[in-house]
Design a protein around this ligand. Structure first.
Ligand code: PLP
Length: 506
């Protein structure tokens, strides 16, 4: 019999056998059992660890082991995971996770991640992973249909558009900025006169993209980044956008990108795309219009939740994160462009070692030209597994279940005089304040989170146009495991916290 032992380590620790089927079956099987136990125990755990800085570091040896534990050491390895790492985590899949925007997972998507990791193919060119590329193209088209996006964003429409899976919405925004800048430069603009527009409520990733692309030195550098004011509902003011673009055109600057948000991070506001498109047309500039629907876009699987996207036909690009709210594990951001050549023109570069006859034929998609990284893993598999497992109907049910729970939370808070709802509920996002001085809202959020049974997020937004930012609590219903029992815990924690900071009116 072959000897698998590593002369320096335990039996079974020989890397020459790292991909042996028996080892794979054993370790993956063990991790599947561990994962099932973890998921089964989630609701009994606190939603987050104690959060003591340095705690996990102190549990981990400073130096790596010289000798491996091998196959026989997996009781120890998984035991250490449970003992030293898991307790220090925030459990994003916990039913009581109502913080930020959710980070969805599902058994079909986890299975796809495993299959993808097993194949571990690198789809940098069509030629290096033809089926991976074509599966991704088809999944982008499927999703464009699921969300009711304009035909022009699909490969199969044959008009030069299509989609790609980026890791995150931040990378999609950066890609849109690079595409918009290249388009402006090719139209004759000077690269150092390019400007970017978004609302004061846009995600910080827009300004970050400007920093990465060299348009801003720091978040406060407004020389080429304009943050447009919002109305009482925290939606971008299209008139102010038109004036800002016009002023920049008149000053010899080159507007290259407008980022509109469908579902802002703080309050879930929807920028008015139709009016924004009209404002751009009337402004004298020709910026690329990118729609960041990272969170709310998932709801567009439901026809009743497409109204907020009216006017999306004017967009040059759109992104939606299935990893936020569509049962698909992180990371998975769908990014569609109307004109793929405009995007790839900003990033394509072909050294000799990547030259390929299929690429040169122009008949294939080489996804390396659609984003910053060259190498890329097979993310499309998780969309394929998820969509085939649940179907469009299952995806709609997922969104509707969460929206219904958020409606229930909204009703409960509205019926309690200690709470105020400063903004309309947006899909699964409910924003609240506690009646009275600002400190009460912050105190209630802190108390709720300190209990570690549920997790919510504080934010700061103006309560009237141009006003100062004021504290608001955010409750996002979107975690796959969240159920009515978790909603009940959330409400009882909120009421208890409110009771401790504010006297209930008689
Ligand atoms: N855009 C919006 C509206 C978001 O809410 C977020 C994150 O919550 C992002 C972009 C950034 O997402 P990602 O982590 O995919 O970069």
């Amino acid at each position: 019999m072959q000897d698998f032992s590593n002369p320096n380590g335990a039996p079974g620790a020989d890397p020459a056998h790292a991909m042996d089927a028996a080892l794979y079956r054993n370790l993956v099987g063990r991790v599947a059992d561990w994962g099932a136990d973890y998921l089964g125990s989630l609701s009994e755990r606190p939603v987050r660890g104690s959060g003591v800085v340095g705690d996990t570091l102190a549990r981990l040896p400073e130096r790596p082991p010289e000798d491996g534990l091998g196959e026989a050491g997996w009781d120890t390895i998984l035991g250490d995971l449970d003992r030293d790492v898991v307790p220090g985590l925030v459990h994003w899949q916990h039913p009581g996770f109502f913080a930020y925007f959710s980070c969805n997972a599902s058994a079909p998507a986890i299975a796809a991640e495993l299959a993808s990791a097993t194949l571990n193919t690198n789809g940098m060119l069509w030629a290096t992973a033809p089926a991976a590329t074509e599966l991704e193209m088809r999944m982008c088209d499927w999703c464009a249909r699921l969300f009711g996006l304009p035909d022009a964003f699909r490969f199969d429409a044959g008009t030069g558009g299509g989609g790609v899976i980026q890791a995150t919405a931040s990378e999609a925004t950066l890609a849109a900025l690079l595409a918009g800048r290249t388009r402006a430069v090719r139209a004759g603009a000077s690269r150092d006169r390019v400007t970017v527009y978004t609302s004061t409520q846009a995600h910080s990733s827009v300004v970050k993209a400007a920093m990465v692309a060299g348009l801003a030195d720091d978040p406060g550098d407004t020389s080429r980044v304009r943050t447009i004011g919002t109305d009482a509902g925290l939606r971008m003011d299209p008139g102010a956008l038109a004036r800002a673009i016009r002023a920049d055109v008149d000053a010899g600057l080159a507007p290259a990108l407008v980022v509109a948000t469908l579902g802002t991070t703080s309050t879930g506001a929807f920028d008015p795309l139709g009016e924004i498109g009209a404002a751009i047309d009337a402004s004298g500039g020709a910026p690329w219009l990118h729609v960041d629907a990272a969170w709310a876009g998932a709801a567009m699987v439901c026809p009743e939740h497409r109204g907020f996207a009216a006017g999306i036909g004017r967009a040059d690009s759109v992104c939606i994160n299935p990893h936020k709210w569509l049962l698909t594990n992180f990371d998975c951001d769908l990014f569609w462009v109307r004109n793929a050549a405009a995007l790839t023109g900003s990033m394509a570069i072909t050294p000799a070692y990547l030259r390929d006859k299929d690429s040169e034929s122009g008949r294939v998609v080489d996804y390396r030209d659609w984003h910053v990284p060259l190498g890329r893993r097979l993310r499309a598999l998780k969309l394929w597994f998820v969509i085939r497992h649940y179907g469009a109907a299952g995806l709609r049910a997922h969104v509707r279940r969460h929206v219904a729970m958020a409606e229930g939370i909204e009703r409960a808070l509205r019926d309690d005089a200690r709470f105020e709802l400063p903004f309309a509920r947006s899909l699964g996002l409910v924003c609240f304040r506690v009646a009275g001085p600002d400190e009460r809202t912050s105190a209630v959020v802190d108390r709720v989170n300190a209990g570690r049974r549920v997790l919510i997020t504080p934010t700061m937004v103006p309560l009237e146009p141009g006003g100062p930012p004021r504290p608001v609590g955010r409750i996002n219903v979107g975690t796959t495991t969240t159920d009515q029992a978790a909603v009940g815990v959330l409400l009882s924690e909120l009421r208890a916290a409110a009771g401790s900071v504010v006297q209930s009116p008689a």
